[in-house]
Design a protein around this ligand. Structure first.
Ligand code: HEM
Length: 142
């Protein structure tokens, strides 16, 4: 149940994050004003990624990979690429990505120029998106 929720919610996170990054890049390149929609998109991405963080923690502690980690130890988990991905790489990278999203959102609010707001979102959310894409267990997901 939790695994299905985490798996399905991931689509929402990715779609909204991609839209938020594209919106920030186009805002920056077209030099348009920062409007209500430009605030709502990164805010929405922030909210859905924080929800995914919570679901992820529950998925982590109830996963078969975590059972393996407890029973066989960190050394054995690190030796098996699929187990290492789920017990270490995926959670760590996703947490870093969500921290970047949070910092980016809070930093953009403090900027006074519209172009600086777009730039902050584009950089922080863009890097977060790349990190997420790099450590999704693609073969397991599809
Ligand atoms: C933006 C954040 C995240 C995204 C987009 C994401 C995405 C995904 C995806 C697509 C899968 C594969 C699901 C499947 O096999 O159908 C997965 C699996 C998993 N994720 Fe995440 N995840 C995120 C954050 C986290 C965090 C923060 C944790 C732990 C603290 C976590 C723990 C797990 C675990 C344990 C699995 C394997 C579940 C299982 O096979 O039982 N995820 N994640």
């Amino acid at each position: 149940m939790i695994k299905m929720l985490h798996s399905g919610w991931a689509y929402i996170v990715l779609v909204i994050l991609i839209i938020a990054v594209i919106n920030a890049i186009t805002g920056l390149t077209s030099k348009r004003d920062f409007k209500e929609k430009d605030l709502r998109l990164p805010l929405f991405a922030l909210i859905v990624s924080h929800i995914q963080l919570l679901i992820g923690f529950i998925a982590y502690f109830t996963s078969a990979q975590f059972d393996f980690l407890k029973e066989s130890g960190m050394g054995a988990a690190m030796e098996t690429p699929e187990i290492r991905l789920i017990t270490v790489e995926h959670p760590l990278m996703m947490i870093i990505a969500i921290v970047l999203i949070t910092i980016g959102f809070s930093k953009h609010k403090k900027k006074s120029l519209d172009q600086d707001k777009f730039k902050t979102i584009a950089v922080f959310y863009g890097i977060a998106l790349l990190l997420i894409l790099s450590r999704i267990p693609w073969s397991q997901w599809f």
